[in-house]
Design a protein around this ligand. Structure first.
Ligand SMILES: Nc1ncnc2c1ncn2[C@@H]1O[C@H](COP(=O)(O)OP(=O)(O)OP(=O)(O)O)[C@@H](O)[C@H]1O
Ligand SMILES: [Mg+2]
Length: 510
């Protein structure tokens, strides 16, 4: 095996956290190497060291056996190392081609940018990846998947021989994941060495050749994918077996009281859909990305334009002109996109938790002391097991999954009667997922009604008491208890509603 890349005994200390302790990783040409570990295990940090974004305290990076030390990302790129970041790094208002060549535009002798050359190179890259994107379109007009492909094109634009993909599949739909995998297989044939990070273990088995597992910043083991299985990997990652990540299904409290009914017709449509929600119930919104699940939920809390919105809460008619109204009535929604709607990255965990989602500071009642407030924050962080040095740590320096947990922690103490979770476990590792599921069950047992929007079928079938399936902007099926099966949900999710019922197409969730 020719190791294109090897990282040897790398260590990195951040203030208060030993992010990496003596970690090694070797990747061959034409290999897709999975880097696995729980949230905060050090995966992104190791990759950022490889790409010159962080400097290691100790350790060696070798490319083709030669020791290298990259002083910046640009430096790493120039040597053939590219990365697709866990957080998107494109500039939304620039064109695709400007993004790809940002900061290193080819220039002619007069110093003018060679546009035609850039366009031609971008097109050549897209051809190589077999993707069809207009290089002149501005990035914000692309779907999340296409943005992801532009990120890859950008990373490859300097003939990268090493390509790092940090959770590239998290925002993608299953068919987009397939497209990404096609691209990755093609790059593998070209001899590119890839490091692939994902919390979806089935993806690891589908696409990867070898695996390295990290735990708490230390190296656990490496093996071939063919020599391991799901349970063994989980045990390597979290150091114990997880028998059942879903809490046991309990018989649903029969006739649990009705809490909410809603009849909603989105603006620019001519149909309405109705839902009911009972106390202590977990109601799933299933369907493909773009099927209208998030829009329906947002319309419910006054965050999406409607033509009809008849909502009865606890027997009384209510009108929500904004999410603030809904929150006052005890309905909270945890957003899907934690970066744009959820968190203020430079603020501490504590401030993010005590900040309400409308961007105003939460003012504790006059008799609540700072100390009590700090205790509440600690309790909330504990409940979802945020891994951070302290509540005062800025959210920006947490790992991706731990940022998501802070979003959830914020809502726990709001005293909501209804909580809407939009893709609650995106980017969250298996162990933490199990904790979040248990938490949701616990909230339900306290009588809180939960609506969970999720694209992960196991989570829908494992957790929900009742499921509504969305397709093309409409609710096309309702399933309860034993009838909640993955196959049935998928069958409904891909069927078009009867033609004369369809009056609009819903915009992408993304
Ligand atoms: N810039 C930083 N400053 C301080 N601490 C950091 C910084 N970046 C990462 N850390 C800490 O280093 C540890 C490893 O984080 P890292 O982002 O590498 O985890 P990860 O394995 O990528 O997790 P996830 O699956 O959640 O993305 C975490 O404890 C994190 O809080
Ligand atoms: Mg990460």
């Amino acid at each position: 095996m020719t190791a294109v890349l090897s990282l040897e005994q790398v260590s990195k200390q951040f203030p208060g956290v030993k992010a990496l302790d003596n970690v090694s990783l070797t990747v061959a040409a034409g290999e897709i190497h999975a880097l696995l570990g729980e949230n905060g295990a050090g995966k992104s940090t190791l990759m950022k060291i490889l790409c010159g974004i962080h400097q290691p305290d100790e350790g060696t990076i070798r490319l083709d056996g030669e020791p290298r030390r990259f002083t910046s990302y640009r430096d790493a790129c120039a040597t053939g190392v590219g990365i697709v970041f866990q957080e998107f790094s494109l500039v939304p208002w620039l064109s695709v081609v400007d993004n790809i060549f940002l900061g290193r535009e080819p220039r002619n002798r007069l110093g003018l940018i060679r546009h035609a050359q850039m366009r031609a190179e971008a097109n050549a890259l897209f051809d190589r990846l077999e993707i069809d994107i207009d290089p002149e379109i501005s990035v914000h007009r692309l779907s999340v998947a296409d943005q992801q492909f532009v990120e890859i094109a950008k990373a490859l634009s300097l003939n990268a021989r090493v390509l790092v993909l940090d959770e590239p599949t998290a925002p993608l739909t299953p068919s987009e994941v397939e497209r990404l995998f096609r691209i990755m297989r093609r790059l593998r044939e070209d001899g590119v060495a890839m490091v692939f990070i994902s919390h979806h273990l089935e993806e690891i088995f589908q696409i990867c050749d070898r695996i390295t597992v990290l735990r708490d910043g230390t190296y656990v083991d490496s093996c071939r994918v063919a020599d391991t299985d799901h349970d063994a990997l989980v045990e390597m990652m979290i150091g114990r077996r997880v028998e059942n990540i879903f809490p046991p299904r309990q018989a649903r409290a029969a006739n649990s009281p009705l809490l909410l009914t809603a009849e909603i017709g989105l603006k620019q449509t001519d149909h309405t859909d109705s839902i009911t929600l009972h106390r202590g119930e977990i109601l799933g919104f299933a369907g493909l990305v773009g099927s209208g699940r998030s829009e329906f939920a947002m319309a419910l809390i006054g965050a999406y334009p409607t033509r009809v919105a008849q909502i009865r809460l606890d027997g009384a008619d209510v009108t929500f002109r904004s999410p603030a109204d809904a929150l006052d009535a005890g309905i909270g929604m945890l957003p899907e996109d934690r970066k744009r709607q959820g968190l203020i990255l430079p603020f501490s965990c504590a401030d993010n938790i005590t900040l309400n989602h409308l961007g105003q500071f939460y003012r504790p009642a006059p008799f609540i002391s700072r100390k009590q407030e700090a205790e509440t924050v600690d309790a909330a962080m504990d409940q979802v097991r945020v891994k951070a040095p302290s509540a005062q740590t800025p959210v920006a320096s947490l790992s991706g999954g731990n940022q998501q947990k802070v979003v959830i922690a914020r809502w726990l103490d709001r005293g909501c009667r209804i909580l809407i979770f939009d893709e609650p476990t995106r980017g969250i590792d298996v162990g933490a997922k199990a904790e979040i599921y248990t938490l949701m069950k616990r909230l339900a047992a306290q009588g809180i009604a939960i609506i969970m929007i999720s694209s992960e079928l196991p989570e829908i079938t494992g957790l929900c008491d009742r499921v509504l399936v969305f397709s093309h902007g409409r609710i096309v099926a309702e399933l309860a208890d034993e009838a909640i099966e993955a196959d049935t949900i998928m069958r409904h999710a891909v069927t078009e509603p009867r033609r004369n019922d369809v009056s609009h197409s819903v915009t992408e969730d993304a």
